[in-house]
Ligand binder design. Structure first.
Ligand SMILES: [Fe+2]
Ligand SMILES: [Zn+2]
Length: 371
């Protein structure tokens, strides 16, 4: 274990040697480790330690004969344990209720298409509010697909990739019908649910209805925690299975059961809401706890259905809506006539990667990679 004067860094020798940043230990282009960790003597010691480049770097000379250089910023960052923004794309969230309708997060199609700053603003809105509109998108599937691909490649599922459909039950899911859909998150039947979803209403003819509903799941969780901490605990610990079995040739289920409210193991922060009562399969709990789960879920649903939590919007051609499927629940009212919608999913990891790169820059992100 070393303590470096002028740094609040105290790390085991083996850890420091293993995390050497020099070009013979880490490939300069791929940023992958070249060093054979298991060649490092387990009892490695430091022969000397000094600061170089006017205090910018710390240089270590090790008992295995290797010289290592570490940026001081990098050492300090991990000593403080504050890499979560650069590593996980953590950003302060602004939780909302129905009054969000008065000041909607919005960016312009042209800005997103023309510049990475435009993409950065779009994704920053998503990290803060969990959803964002794009104004001025030509109402075509081609332009909408181009827009979505500004974030990352579109996720393929058993329904396809970028979708463009009318309400004809072409896929065996209620989303493809005209009936109303309660607030839910999508793809709870995947181990890794879709990170983002985009909807663009291209046309609605010969009918009415079909307003879209959004509910801030993090706000709903916060309310539940305040009003009924025991129920919050139940939904955070009792696990559920989900499934998608409507298509003849598939029955998708996640590799394990997950609770409704999922938390970061390290920080305890809520990171993911999984809620789709239609796709819920068996509850994975002892029978003695099942009643508790139903009680807690009932409380949760009361909060989700509270009109003060709901933001309703009639989608318009030219105004795609994108939302964070790990946080914001969506639904819609029933409708008549013929609606044509297009859209798609983006993986969570690709979304967060693009957020970090556009908002923090590659250098800051790479500094957080090891630690
Ligand atoms: Fe959905
Ligand atoms: Zn090295």
């Amino acid at each position: 274990m070393i303590s470096i004067p002028s740094l609040q860094c105290s790390r085991p020798n083996l850890w420091l040697r293993d995390h050497c940043q020099c070009s013979s230990c880490v490939h300069e282009v791929t940023k992958q480790r070249l060093l054979d960790t298991f060649e490092i003597p387990r009892d490695i010691t430091m022969q000397s330690l000094s600061e170089t480049q006017e205090g910018f770097n710390v240089k270590c000379w090790w008992s295995d004969g290797h010289d290592s250089y570490y940026p001081k910023n990098w050492l300090n960052k991990f000593a403080r344990g504050d890499s979560s923004r650069e590593r996980q794309g953590i950003n302060k969230a602004s939780l909302w209720t129905s009054s969000i309708a008065e000041s909607l997060p919005k960016v312009y199609f042209k800005d997103v298409m023309d510049t990475d700053q435009g993409v950065g603003q779009w994704l920053l809105n998503l990290r803060i509010y969990g959803f964002c509109f794009v104004e001025g998108c030509p109402p075509t599937p081609q332009d909408t697909e181009r827009l979505l691909k500004r974030i990352a490649f579109i996720r393929q599922t058993h329904y396809g990739g970028f979708w463009d459909f009318t309400s004809d039950l072409a896929s065996k899911d209620t989303a493809y019908t005209q009936i109303s859909l309660e607030a839910h998150t999508d793809t709870t039947y995947f181990s890794d649910p879709a990170g983002l979803q985009l909807f663009h209403l291209l046309s609605h003819t010969h009918g009415s209805g079909g307003a879209s509903l959004l509910v801030d799941g993090f706000k709903a969780a916060q309310t539940l925690k305040q009003e009924d901490p025991k129920a919050y605990d139940m939904l955070s610990t009792i696990r559920l299975y989900s499934h998608a079995s409507g298509n003849e040739d598939t029955s998708l289920q996640p590799y394990q059961s997950f609770p409704v409210l999922n938390h970061d193991v390290g920080t305890g922060e809520l990171i993911q809401v999984r809620w789709n009562n239609s796709d819920r399969a068996a509850i994975d709990a002892p029978f003695s706890e099942v009643q508790n789960w139903y009680n807690a879920a009932e409380k949760w649903v009361q909060i989700l259905r509270d009109p003060s939590m709901e933001y309703w919007e009639q989608l318009k051609p030219g105004m795609p809506l994108i939302f964070d499927n790990w946080r914001v629940l969506h639904g819609r009212s029933s409708f008549t006539g013929k609606r044509r919608l297009c859209g798609g999913y983006i993986n969570r990891d690709d979304y967060i990667s693009r957020f970090k790169m556009t908002n923090l820059g590659r250098a800051a992100v790479l500094e957080s990679v090891i630690g």
